[in-house]
Design a protein around this ligand. Sequence first.
Ligand code: NDP
Length: 493
Amino acid sequence: MSEIEHRGPAAPAPLEWEYAPAPEARDIVSLRERYGLYIGGEVVDPRSGEWFTTSSPADESPLAEVAQASGEDVDLAVGAARAAYENGWSSLRPAERAKYLFRIARILQERARELAVAESLDGGKPIKESRDVDLPLAAAHFFYHAGWADKLEYAFPNRKPRPLGVAGQIIPWNFPLLMLAWKVAPALACGNTVVLKPAETTPLTALMFADVCRQAGLPAGVVNIVTGDGSTGAELVRNDGLDKVAFTGSTDVGKAIQREVAGRGIPLTLELGGKAANIVFDDCALDQAVEGIVNGIYFNQGHVCCAGSRLLVQESIAEQLIGKLKRRLQTLRVGDPLDKNTDVGAINSRAQLEKIRDLVASGEADGAEIYQPPCVLPERGYWFAPTVFTNVAQSSRIATEEIFGPVLSVLTFRTPAEAVEKANNTPYGLSAGVWTEKGSRILWMASRLRAGVVWANTFNRFDPASPFGGYKESGFGREGGRHGLEAYLRFDE
Ligand code: NDP
């Protein structure tokens, strides 16, 4: 173990108490040596003949070999999805479709511990988050959409909703199983079939989900999973057998996908990056706000598209709030993702760690003041200490670019109008937070913030009934709620 340097101005000494290790049992997951592609209800070797290794970001140990799907493999998967769509799934009685979704939801609940451990192993997130957030929410998405499957006529009265066909879906590495649920549940509920590509660094829970589909007796080809890197994603988007494309990930790749899909006449949903403002007014419950700030940026190591990565604090309380925040940071436990006491786990990949380091170095070079609590980081694996920057210039890269790591940039404001102006001064528009005791101010702010989601006196709250999505470079289309269903339907009005 190596001690990382304590940088920035002196802060009070860390608390002198320790937890005993509380590791979650790893043996509940039995990983196979190799995972093939899931096409037409079968696990098959890739035509490409290529495989890659997925490893644990916490200690860099290999976990399993995973197939690298080529264009030919993607073609087979799209063909299988098409056959399943035409040979029964799209014409199945909606109440029957609902039964499969309910079954999947129940199996996710039954296998929650196993899937949570696999998620933390492969992605590096703390087990308490996989266990208490990712898994319950993934199951909730299937339950919620199961409920809609036979009520689409009521969700869209007089509009005759019909499925689109085959959906190509690409998901990122920050919430692998949850993003899968956000994509697969509404698509299936509406009568579509899917080909899903998980991220290269976190394919395991999607592959375990293939097993969940088989356990649920889902007809072959309704869900197909093709693993691989960005080139597999590009092959999927390029495939002309698709009737819909849905993507969550970086803005750059989102733009490339939009270019590829343009002119093909198929609907596209893009859920991209963000640089959310978490706005704290002087009349708020300060300690509650500190918890919300911590949850906003250190949850899932800050690998969250809607993370509250820009703290806008009213000048009159800035010093007090930042003092409280620094003290709170000293209590965060960074380390083994499988330890139930861990608050901040491993950074998802070496590439992401390098990106975070690069942006943090640029923040220091720009003259912002850095604070990292004293903490011990494991020697192996990818780690970054929770970080706060104060004295941040609006133009600095750390105030404008998505860092996607546990790094908070603090800016100040004096008036609500200035807060709105600074919050909206970003190419993104995914989420925002407002902390104040005044209900009228919450409404005033919410109507002016250009963000798809505005949380009031809370942050990072998700519910399948609540639509989620962005403005501007954060993408378009909504996931969740009735709006999310619309993205997987056409209407014979
Ligand atoms: P990407 O956008 O590259 O990855 C998202 C998904 O798209 C992955 O499955 C990826 O595959 C796939 N993909 C990559 N290239 C293509 C392509 N040309 N066509 C189709 N699919 C493709 O995100 P990164 O993993 O590279 O992360 C980079 C940055 O993106 C992060 O630092 C963060 O700022 C942002 N990001 C935002 C997310 C969000 O939720 N808004 C989620 C993830 C990242 P593969 O993983 O195999 O390369």
